[in-house]
Design a protein around this ligand. Structure first.
Ligand code: 4AD
Ligand code: MG
Length: 486
C-alpha cells in the first residue's frame, strides 16, 4: 500500500484496529456500489472457495442481491487454520479494505484483514453440496433451498411484488382490509375446504341424526379455512368504497398440477360503483404495473432468471406491458376453439358451449390464437359462482377471467349481483344455505350498490414474472396434497 511507512506505526495500527472493530456491517448489495478505499465489514454465507498457494478467493453472498462479493485472503500461518474451516455454505464475517477488482466481474472486492467463522458447514452433509440441483431435488430440501441463487432471486422478487401491490392500491386510495382466515361460509360454493375443529376426532360428539355435533365445537358451528376473502371484502367495499385484501387462502382440491397449491396467496380488490368494464380496466392496469415494477426495480434477479432458465422471459414481460389485452366473450372463445378443432387442433378435453374451459383451451387462445393476454367475459352462469351479476337473458354472468401465456387463468373476477331478489333466487337454485349468508345478503338489503372485484393468484403472478415452471417453486414452503413439511 503506502510506500513510505508513517512513524508510530504500531500506534497507528492500533488506532486502525479499534476503528475497524467499530465498522458497521454493510450489505453486499451496498458494498458493490461503494468506492474502493474504505474499510468495511461484510457478513454472509460462502458460495465458493477457490485459490492457489498464496491466495484464497471466497465468493460471499448475504441474500441482499443475487451478486456475490469476492473476498481475497492472503495465505499465511495465521489465515490457513481459519481458511481450513471455511467451505461452501459456511457463515463468516470479513473485515477488510474495499479494493478495485480486476478479475471478479465486479468493480470491487474485499482484501480481508480479519475473518471470523460464525458457522462451519460440513461439505459431506450439506444438502446443497450435492450434484443434483434439479427443482425436484431442491423441493425435497426446501428448508435449505432459499440459499441457492435461484430461490434467492425468486424470494426477493416475491417480496418486491408484495410491496408493489400494496403500493399500487395505496396510491389509488384503496383501503387494505384484513378478512378472516377461519370462516363459516364457502365463498366459491365449491366445497373444497379444510375443516377447522377442536373436536376430539377419536370421540366426535353426535347430534340426534348421528352427525357430528358442531354446536360443541370451538366456534359452536362448523368452520373451515377460507377459500377467498371476497364476501367479507364486499362488506368493506360497500362501506369504504374501494378495498383490497392480500392474504393466504386455502383449497383442499386434490389437484397435483404445476399451477395449484393447497395454500396460496390472493389479492382481492373489491370496488363500489365499478361495472365489469371498470373491473377489466383495473385488472389490466394492475398487472401491467406489477410487471413494469419488476422490470424496473428487480432487474438483476429477473435478468438472472432470464439468462439461466428462460431467455424469452424478459421479452414476454415487456410485451405484456406494451400490449392491449384482448377482450373476448366466452361464446366467441368457444367458436374460435371449435374452428381450431375443425382445422385439426387436438385437445384432451371436449369443447362445447357451456363447458368450463381447461387450461389447454385457455392457453390455445392466448398463446396460439391471439398471442397476447385475453380477458374472457360473459361465461355461462352454470359454471360460475352464485354472486356474479346475471346478464339479461339469464344464461350468462358478468364474469371475467384474465388468461396469460404459460399460465392460463391468473385472475378470476366479476361484477357482483346487486339485485336482492336475483341473488336470493340464485342461492336457492344452487341449494346453498341462505341462513349462513344472511350477513352477506344484507349488503343487498341495505343500500345495495353496483360493485365489482377480482382475485389475482399471487403465485400465478410470480410464475409469470419469474418464468418458473412449477408453482411449488415460487412460494417458500409449498403446501400440496401429501406435502406439508416445515
Ligand atoms: O378464480 P378464483 O377461484 O376466484 C375467487 O376466489 C374469487 N373469489 C376472486 C374474486 O372475485 N375476489 O381464484 C382467483 C385466482 C385464480 O385466478 C388463480 O390465479 C388463483 O386465484 N388460484 C390459485 N392459485 C394457486 N393455487 C390454487 N389452487 C388456486 N386456485 C385459484
Ligand atoms: Mg377462477
Amino acid at each position: 500500500m503506502n510506500s513510505k511507512q508513517p512513524p508510530f506505526r504500531g500506534l497507528l495500527f492500533k488506532i486502525k484496529q479499534s476503528r475497524m472493530s467499530a465498522i458497521a456491517r454493510s450489505k453486499v448489495k451496498d458494498l458493490l456500489e461503494m468506492k474502493a478505499g474504505e474499510n468495511v465489514l461484510a457478513k454472509g454465507w460462502v458460495r465458493t472457495k477457490r485459490g492457489n498457494k498464496e491466495i484464497a478467493f471466497i465468493a460471499l453472498n448475504d441474500g441482499s442481491t443475487i451478486k456475490n462479493i469476492q473476498i481475497v485472503v492472503n495465505k499465511n500461518e495465521n489465515t490457513e487454520p481459519i481458511l481450513a474451516r471455511i467451505s461452501t455454505g459456511a457463515c463468516i464475517a470479513v473485515e477488510g479494505r474495499l479494493v478495485e477488482s480486476v478479475g471478479s466481474g465486479q468493480n470491487v472486492e474485499i482484501q480481508a484483514e480479519k475473518v471470523t467463522v460464525y458457522g462451519e458447514c460440513d461439505p459431506m452433509r450439506y444438502p446443497l453440496q450435492k450434484k443434483d440441483t434439479s427443482f425436484e431435488y431442491l423441493r425435497s430440501v426446501a428448508h435449505m433451498r432459499p440459499r441457492t441463487n435461484t430461490f434467492g432471486a425468486v424470494l426477493r422478487l416475491r417480496s418486491q411484488m408484495a410491496y408493489a401491490i400494496h403500493n399500487y392500491f395505496h396510491n389509488k386510495g384503496f383501503t387494505y382490509l384484513n378478512t378472516p382466515l377461519i370462516t363459516a361460509s364457502d365463498c366459491e360454493g365449491a366445497g373444497q375446504m379444510f375443516q377447522v375443529t377442536t373436536l376430539n376426532l377419536n370421540n366426535v360428539p353426535k347430534n340426534k341424526k348421528g352427525e357430528p355435533d358442531f354446536s360443541k365445537d370451538f366456534f359452536g358451528k362448523q368452520t373451515s379455512l377460507t377459500v377467498s376473502g371476497q364476501l367479507e371484502g364486499e362488506l368493506g367495499a360497500t362501506a369504504l368504497g374501494e378495498i383490497y385484501t392480500f392474504g393466504p387462502t386455502f383449497r383442499a382440491e386434490n389437484s397435483n398440477t404445476p399451477r395449484h397449491l393447497a395454500e396460496f396467496w390472493m389479492i382481492e380488490p373489491e370496488m363500489a360503483f365499478y361495472d365489469i368494464n371498470d373491473n377489466m380496466n383495473l385488472a389490466e392496469d394492475f398487472i401491467k404495473h406489477l410487471v413494469k415494477y419488476a422490470l424496473e426495480n428487480c432487474w438483476d434477479d429477473v435478468k438472472f432468471l432470464n439468462d439461466r432458465y428462460d431467455n424469452e422471459l424478459i421479452d414476454r414481460l415487456r410485451s405484456v406491458t406494451e400490449t392491449d389485452f384482448v377482450r373476448l366473450e366466452y361464446t366467441e372463445g368457444i367458436k374460435i376453439l371449435e374452428e381450431a378443432i375443425n382445422k385439426g387442433v387436438q385437445f384432451e378435453y371436449p369443447v362445447y358451449w357451456g363447458v368450463d374451459l381447461q387450461s389447454e383451451h385457455e392457453r390455445y387462445l392466448v398463446e396460439k390464437h391471439f398471442r397476447k393476454p385475453v380477458i374472457l367475459t360473459g361465461y355461462p352462469k352454470e359454471i360460475k359462482a352464485f354472486y356474479m351479476k346475471q346478464d339479461e337473458g339469464g344464461k350468462t354472468v358478468r364474469a371475467m377471467d384474465v388468461l396469460f401465456p404459460k399460465i392460463g387463468e391468473i385472475i378470476g373476477g366479476s361484477e357482483r349481483e346487486s339485485d336482492l331478489g336475483k341473488l336470493e333466487a340464485r342461492i336457492d337454485e344452487l341449494g346453498m344455505s341462505r341462513k349462513n349468508l344472511e350477513w352477506y345478503i344484507d349488503t343487498r338489503r341495505f343500500g345495495s350498490c353496483p360493485h365489482s372485484g377480482f382475485g389475482l393468484g399471487f403465485e400465478r403472478l410470480l410464475l409469470f414474472i419469474t418464468g418458473m415452471q412449477n408453482i411449488r417453486d415460487v412460494i417458500p414452503f409449498p403446501r400440496t396434497p401429501k406435502n406439508a413439511e416445515y
